[in-house]
Design a protein around this ligand. Structure first.
Ligand code: ADP
Ligand code: MG
Length: 624
């Protein structure tokens, strides 16, 4: 046979040339991914020959072990990756590694220009093979197809504009890739280093990947087993491997579905925020696999952001390695997987809340705030999120109740769900806003998390019942039965004078002073003049914006309260002015404290001492 027929030089397509130029001339941090790409191709080739053998008896080397073998020679700085997969004919070599069908190269280059990282995207554009040129001086691919009559060929390239094809001597089926490493890529001529890379990226490939004599990969991917075969201990072990969290997870969820999109996933809810010093994951996100090959370490797309506390893996053959060819389908597939994961996760939590309230409390204490963020940000997931919320209430004695439980014990004529925004359960429980609700035995939700003000923006109703803030001055409350003013209530004229006094003392710290219609046991309260959502956001803004100033509030007085009566008498007496002003100041600051709005409570101490001095003096006087 003539020499030209056995050795032949061919040119790469232009965009492949560009791609090769970039890969072989740039410096990359994560060069180890070249091995992931070669193993992924080998694994594909093994799967394909396995499939062919199901129906075709006439396959070369039908008994060969299906495996990948990696060998190194430190001295010559070379590395070999070989498989017993389907192999390639001469035509396939040219088509797959050289000239045609590489629209993916263009797409890949464009993504690189847009600042994407090579290691994050290279496997996705059908150009993964070329990653080898990040580390290779020269690459020789010798391959023999499974077809018994096919001949073996070698493809040789140093990553420049051309490649050579040579007839080869290869007896066994499959592909062998010999890599002459670059000087600066010597690190990859180390068995230890290669084992590390295999464990990181290719640990769950179904075929053994031998580095030297031993298989370096674990192979069993628990997310690809059926849930009934996996022991709890195995789930927990895998969780520890994944997160280095020393505690067991609170729960795991194993998801397996094939229609309309293939998904295999194991998700974990960690038991707490504190996961120990070894915690190895500085960033959040699920590990994303495509047919057991790791394609992304921290995928943030598969779950909504507020579920960032969830750990786990997701694997789908429908997330194509090759986005360029199937963009529309792939984004549809991703959309579907996202919805499936979210809804399974939230449904499982809902069941936990119903079936094991105690564990749910632990969950809520660690991660409840994230779900509140979800209510505020994820409109389409709301129906699944609302059953997960829990609040302390004015009647729950410190226990947390769901909205459903609140609604179930609403009074017959009660139309609204009432809530109070505050700094803590303790201060909310003492709030004057609750006077009316306590005396009418109406339950009030305590929203005491800084995020709650933000959350109620989106939670305006639950099961057609509006949520109403108890400090809303326009709140329509059922009228009292016996509306008649008791005889010892302050007369309108005296109340009028007292209101003027309050206005003078407090100036623009209050927007208005007026009589209250709802107070019972408290002398006064502060209400907001702004509309509902504006009011709920004030607390959030105070946290987020440094120089945010709360707008002045309306002060309401309870004309039936003895203290208000005494004050009215004081300002009517010639010498009572100074004392009255002190009391007014102190009453106002008490309210700020109860609302959780006092900037510096210790400031009140001198005034309180002065008041005590006067009170003790008056007691002695009245006794003598
Ligand atoms: P992708 O794997 O996304 O198709 P690659 O650039 O990694 O893109 O590989 C290109 C093609 O080369 C593969 O689709 C396959 O047809 C062929 N190929 C690469 N490596 C092997 C191998 N070890 N055995 C058989 N075919 C291979
Ligand atoms: Mg590939």
């Amino acid at each position: 046979m003539a020499e030209e027929q056995t050795t032949e030089s061919l040119a790469f397509k232009t965009e492949v040339q560009q791609l090769l130029h970039i890969l072989s001339h740039s410096l990359y941090k994560e060069r180890g991914i070249f091995l992931r790409e070669l193993i992924s191709n080998a694994s594909d080739a093994l799967h394909r020959v396995q499939f062919v053998m199901l129906t075709d008896d006439n396959v070369l080397d039908a008994d060969a072990e299906l495996a990948v073998r990696i060998t190194v020679d430190e001295e010559s700085n070379t590395l070999t990756v070989s498989d017993t997969g389907i192999g390639m004919t001469r035509e396939e070599l040219i088509e797959n590694l050289g000239t045609i069908a590489h629209s993916g190269a263009m797409a890949f280059l464009k993504n690189l220009e847009e600042g994407q990282r090579v290691d994050e995207i290279i496997g996705r554009f059908g150009v993964g093979f070329y990653a080898v040129f990040m580390v290779a001086e020269e690459v020789r691919v010798t391959t023999r197809s499974y077809l018994p009559e096919a001949e073996a060929w070698t493809w040789i390239s140093s990553g420049a504009s051309t490649y050579r094809l040579e007839r080869a001597e290869k007896v066994e089926r499959g592909t062998t890739i010999e890599i002459q490493l670059k000087e600066d890529a010597k690190e990859f001529a180390s068995t230890w280093r290669l084992e590390q890379i295999v464990k990181t990226y290719s640990n769950y490939v179904s075929f053994p990947v031998y580095v030297g004599d031993e298989a370096a990969n674990q192979r069993t991917a628990i997310w690809r087993q059926s849930a009934s075969e996996v022991e709890d201990e195995a789930y927990n072990d895998f969780y520890r491997q994944l997160t280095m969290d020393f505690q067991d997870p609170l729960l795991h969820i194993h998801i397996a579905s094939d229609v309309p999109v293939e998904v295999r996933s194991v998700l974990y809810i960690p038991s707490g925020q504190d996961r120990g010093p070894l915690r190895s994951r500085p960033d959040y996100g699920l590990k994303l696999y495509s047919r057991k090959i790791l394609i992304q370490e921290h995928n943030k797309e598969m779950l909504p952001e507020y579920l960032r506390f969830v750990e786990g893996v997701v694997d789908s053959a429908d997330i194509p390695l090759n986005v360029a060819r199937e963009t529309v389908q792939s984004s549809r597939a991703i959309g579907h997987i996202k919805r499936a994961l979210r809804s399974r996760l939230l449904k499982t939590l809902q069941e936990l809340g119903e079936e094991d309230p105690e564990v749910y409390q632990t969950f809520w204490a660690s991660w409840g705030a994230f779900l509140k963020e979800g209510v505020a940000t994820d409109f389409s997931g709301r129906d699944d999120l609302l059953p997960l919320l829990r609040f302390a209430t004015s009647k729950s004695n410190g226990e947390l109740v769901s909205l459903a439980a609140y609604v179930a014990r609403m009074q017959e004529e009660q139309s609204d769900i009432y809530y109070i925004l505050g700094d803590s359960v303790a201060s909310s429980a003492r709030s004057p806003h609750l006077d009316y609700f306590k005396s009418h035995d109406l339950e009030v939700l305590y929203l005491v998390d800084p995020l709650d003000g933000f959350m109620v923006q989106s939670l305006r109703e639950y099961e057609d019942k509006p949520l109403s803030n108890v400090d809303d001055p326009d709140l329509e409350l059922p009228e009292e039965e016996d509306e008649a003013t008791p005889a010892d209530d302050l007369a309108p004229e005296a109340l009028g004078k007292l209101i003027v006094r309050f206005r003078n003392v407090l100036g623009d710290r209050v927007s208005e002073v007026r009589e209250s219609k709802v107070l019972r046991d408290s002398p006064c309260r502060l209400v907001s003049s702004e509309g509902g959502s504006e009011r709920d956001m004030q607390r959030v803004r105070r946290l987020l914006e440094q120089d945010y100033e709360m707008p002045a509030k309306i002060l309401e007085l309870n004309r039936g309260h003895p203290l208000i009566g005494h004050l009215a008498q004081l300002i009517a007496s010639p010498s009572g002015d100074a004392m009255a002003d002190l009391v007014i100041e102190q009453l106002f600051e008490n309210l700020l404290l109860l609302e959780g709005l006092h900037p510096d409570p210790s400031q009140m101490v001198p005034r309180i001492q002065l008041l005590l001095e006067k009170a003790t003096a008056a007691s002695i006087g009245s006794e003598s």
